[in-house]
Design a protein around this ligand. Structure first.
Ligand code: 13P
Length: 254
């Protein structure tokens, strides 16, 4: 945790969720009570098909919604793409960009991710820029170098805490039940803060929320959230169960 930063717990539903699953969002809203609201911000990033309805289901709850990706382009002949302005129009206030599944399955480079983050900012969405090393890279002792390079290539120039969130998601921890040790998370988040300091200036970097993602569960959330420079979580699988997502939010609230 960083004392001066209000933590954020964001749920990434990935390609999961039909209309009936809006009940999950409603369940989260029900449990996001007066005790929790001042201590932790929540966001749900459903598939784009549910964004408008999820936002409507969450009206009055103070739970934000977000997209999972956006186009680098503003509009036009880009079949299948969704622009940041469209996400904003559907009610989003966040947009995940550069998730490892996009980087690996869709060949997104750091330059693409940066362009998407800039497109999100232009539409007044808060980009959640994801970075993280693979298992091979960690085993080769390259994790810090890989993540710093991703940051240099993916973070928009001049970003501030109001226009940037960073999520550290080690690729090998996503959906595997594996997590880095608290010491490894601490080392990485400190390095991310320092690299952001070089890119954005120390003052801006000090306020940027740094989320940890990768197999966050109610059982490990408190330990991970207590690590210095961890200002919340990006949650995959556990965000599809209202009670689990709320338990992680409670752990994050301290
Ligand atoms: P899991 O929490 O399912 O490991 O997914 C993490 C993730 O990729 C969130 O973006």
């Amino acid at each position: 945790m960083t004392r001066s930063i209000k933590p954020l717990v964001a749920g990434n539903w990935k390609m999961n969720g039909l209309k009936a699953d809006l009940a999950i969002a409603a369940g989260v809203a029900k449990g996001y009570d007066a005790a929790l609201k001042p201590s932790v911000d929540l966001a749900i990033c459903p598939p784009a098909s549910l964004l408008f309805a999820a936002t409507a289901a969450l009206i009055g709850s103070r739970i934000a919604t977000g997209g999972q990706d956006c186009s680098t382009q503003g509009s036009g002949a880009f079949t299948g793409e969704v622009s940041a302005a469209m996400l904003a129009d559907a009610g989003a206030s966040f947009c995940i960009v550069g998730h490892s599944e996009r980087r690996t399955l869709h060949g997104e480079t750091n330059a693409t991710v940066k362009a998407k983050a800039e497109a999100a900012q232009k539409a007044l969405l808060l980009p959640i820029v994801c970075v993280g090393e693979t298992k091979d890279e960690r085993e080769a002792g390259k994790a810090l170098a890989v993540v710093k390079k991703q940051l240099r290539g993916s973070v928009p120039d001049g970003a501030t805490p109001a226009t940037l969130v960073v999520a550290y998601e080690p690729v090998w921890a996503i959906g595997t039940g594996l997590t880095p040790t608290a010491a490894d998370v601490a080392e990485m988040h400190e390095a991310i803060r320092a690299e952001l300091g070089r890119l954005l200036g120390k003052q801006a970097a000090a306020g940027v929320r740094l989320l940890y993602g990768g197999s966050v569960k109610p059982s490990n959330a408190a330990e991970l959230m207590n690590v210095a420079n961890v200002d919340g979580a990006l949650v995959g699988g556990a965000s599809l169960k209202a009670e689990e997502f709320l338990a992680i939010a409670r752990a994050c609230a301290g």
